[in-house]
Design a protein around this ligand. Structure first.
Ligand code: ZN
Length: 195
């Protein structure tokens, strides 16, 4: 017996992080019963994103272009490079309005249990970016979780070995925090008080 289209949809939805079979069933039933237009919108958006979204050649974040809008902004301060784990963390820092340098987005963090080491994280791309001759300070804004701290430690060693000044967001940010959930004034202070 071949799988029904409904089963195939439920299987597909289970690929979303944190979605088990029950949630996937709820989503599938909801879309088919109440929101077929929404379902088509999701399908189109997914198809287009998968085809068009790529990594910025300078900062590694997601973008439709070869170089993202922030990296193209020539009014920013090229002497500062802030390293974040995710585009959401980058957006949190942007919202504070207190940082005018450029970014490097890791798209993850070192996680030995999941087999993500420095090389899998694309740390070499960061070293190349930071060695452009203009960057004077690399600000490590990885999260204050155990993995974020380990990531900052490993990256700092590689950057310092290249003679770059490395700072870390100050400890005002609560331990165990993902930057994206920390309030803006706390991030702004942590940025000013970085060491
Ligand atoms: Zn970029």
């Amino acid at each position: 017996m071949s799988t029904s289209h409904l089963d195939a949809l439920i299987d597909a939805l289970r690929k979303l992080p944190g979605v088990g079979v029950k949630s996937a069933q709820r989503m599938a039933f909801h879309l088919l019963q109440h929101d077929r237009g929404g379902a088509q919108q999701i399908a189109r958006a997914l198809e287009q994103a998968v085809q068009s979204v790529r990594h910025c050649s300078r900062c590694h974040t997601f973008t439709d272009d070869e170089v993202c809008a922030i990296c193209r902004d020539t009014t920013r301060d090229a002497r500062q490079l802030c390293v974040v784990e995710t585009p959401a963390d980058q957006a949190a820092l942007e919202r504070t309005g207190s940082y005018r340098g450029y970014y490097y987005v890791l798209m993850g963090r070192i996680s030995p249990l999941d087999g993500v080491g420095a090389s899998a994280l694309g740390a070499s791309g960061l070293l190349v970016r930071a060695s452009d001759g203009q960057v004077e300070e690399v600000i490590l804004a990885t999260s204050f979780t155990a993995e974020g701290e380990a990531t900052a430690h490993v990256l700092a060693e590689g950057l310092k070995a290249r003679g770059l000044k490395v700072t870390r967001l100050a400890r005002g940010v609560p331990a165990g925090s993902e930057l994206e959930y920390v309030d803006l004034s706390t991030i702004a202070h942590a940025l000013v008080d970085r060491r």
